[in-house]
Design a protein around this ligand. Structure first.
Ligand code: GLU
Length: 435
């Protein structure tokens, strides 16, 4: 018997006036943050109130309990979430994250971001997100597999190749997707298109693993061109050396930029002359962290954010640049590779100082774009060559950048709001056509 419960969706009424507090970022009201960004764009566009009402709340929220028999014999109870925000342009699409700070409110915000992201790169998907509140770093492979299979069984009724297609996110990867596909297949038969970001051997797309980092690099390159920043002479700091940060560092390094600092959960490293990224990747594979990389100086994650660099790429969790540290941020351009790394108050302050902020829904849309290519390949049972995947990704990202930059210059809007204007326009149009 399923233990899933469908919860009613409450509108974003009666929220505190400001989403930002002085507390650590885990207490940030992420949903309020994305809602505030949405409203600025919606009001600018004079979007009909009816459409605003539909787009401000998710379609469906599912909270499930997932009991897992742990290795020591204990039964531990986890909570899992799947929020489906909007599907007027296509099936719900978005990642699953495993993290101890995951809660419904954060997942709700991330689900909405997915709707704007898929619309921005113009792929036929809506937006969803899911997660489990857990600490995967303290779990064995067997426990993680049990958790993933449990989650799949409990959210099965809202998934589907043409309904909702999960993917990797923070602390989930191709292996987790393989377990989901396998578990889903037990009930429904062979269904590779039920998840994206699978191992290539099981129907994953070539180029999917590095797609978010590649997309981030394409957007950084385009932004530098537009704002006349010489990327080859630029220094770059990257916070987060997970899937997104490590690939973005590699590609940006390949374009000739000087990556002077990177960090992960264990700490950061700095070398003013630039880090040898390919060697660092090797070091990371061997030791599991960037720390103690020969020839580098240790720095903290907080110090990395305030380094004197041309380009700062936060590629980790949300809310890392807030009102407390924003005045010390020295970068000329911030490229948001992670979701919601800048709080609204920090965003205002950066805008006043003319710091260029390239928004998350544009920067990190490369991942879901190649997820779309994977889904298409699975549905057709064909395989694309890597060059083809990369060429199509390049086209999608450049075209998204061009649309955002055009609105930014023509309507004199910050890039973030310009991105929302493009996305909202597309989602609103599809909504009107369906109603
Ligand atoms: N988790 C990624 C994101 O936030 C990818 C989602 C997907 O591929 O569906 O964009």
């Amino acid at each position: 018997m399923s233990t899933a419960t469908l919860t009613p969706v409450k509108p974003n009424a009666k929220k505190p006036a400001t989403p930002e507090t002085a507390t650590p970022h885990k207490h940030l009201d992420f949903n309020r943050i994305t809602d505030e960004q949405f409203l600025v764009a919606a009001e600018h566009m004079k979007l009909e109130k009816e459409i605003q009402m539909l787009l401000r709340t998710p379609y469906r929220e599912l909270i499930v309990q997932i009991p897992v028999r742990m290795d020591d014999g204990r039964l531990e109870l986890f909570h899992g979430y799947r929020v489906q925000h909007n599907a007027v342009r296509g099936p719900y699409k978005g990642g699953l994250r495993f993290h101890h700070e995951v809660d419904l409110n954060e997942v709700r915000s991330l689900a909405a971001l997915m709707t704007w992201k898929t619309a921005l790169v113009d792929i036929p998907f809506g937006g969803a997100k899911g997660g489990v509140t857990c600490d995967p770093t303290k779990m064995s492979r067997k426990e993680l597999q049990g958790l993933t299979r449990g989650l799949t069984q409990k959210i099965d009724m809202v998934l589907g190749v043409h309904r909702d297609i999960p993917a990797p996110d923070v602390n989930t990867n191709a292996q987790v997707m393989a377990w989901i596909m396998d578990e889903y297949g037990k009930k429904h038969g062979y269904t590779p298109a039920i998840v994206t970001g699978k191992p290539v051997n099981l129907g994953g797309s070539l180029g999917r693993e590095e797609a978010t980092g590649r997309g981030t690099t394409i957007i950084t390159r385009e932004a530098c061109k537009a704002f006349k920043i010489d990327l080859k002479k630029s220094t770059v700091a990257v916070q987060g050396f997970g899937n997104v940060g490590s690939w973005a560092s590699r590609f940006i390094h390949e374009l000739g930029a000087i990556v002077t600092a990177v960090s992960d959960v264990k700490g950061g490293i700095f070398n003013g002359h630039g880090l040898d990224i390919p060697k660092l990747v090797e070091h990371c594979k061997k030791t599991g962290s960037v720390v103690d990389f020969p020839g580098s100086k240790p720095i903290s994650n907080d110090e990395l954010l305030t380094l004197d660099v041309d380009i700062l790429i936060p590629a980790a969790l949300g809310g890392v640049i807030d009102r407390n540290n924003v005045s010390q941020v020295k970068a000329r351009m911030i490229v948001e590779a992670g979701n919601s790394p800048i709080t609204p108050r920090a965003d205002d302050s950066l805008r006043k100082r003319n710091v260029i902020v390239v928004p998350d829904i544009l920067t990190n849309a490369g991942g879901v774009t190649v997820s779309y290519f994977e889904w298409v390949q699975n549905l057709q049972q064909v395989r694309w060559e890597l060059d083809h995947v990369n060429a199509q990704l390049e086209k999608k990202m450049v075209s998204a950048w061009d649309s955002v930059y055009r609105v930014h210059t023509e309507q004199k809007l910050p890039l973030r709001i310009a991105a929302y204007v493009v996305s909202l326009g597309r989602v609103a149009e599809a909504t009107r056509q369906r109603f």
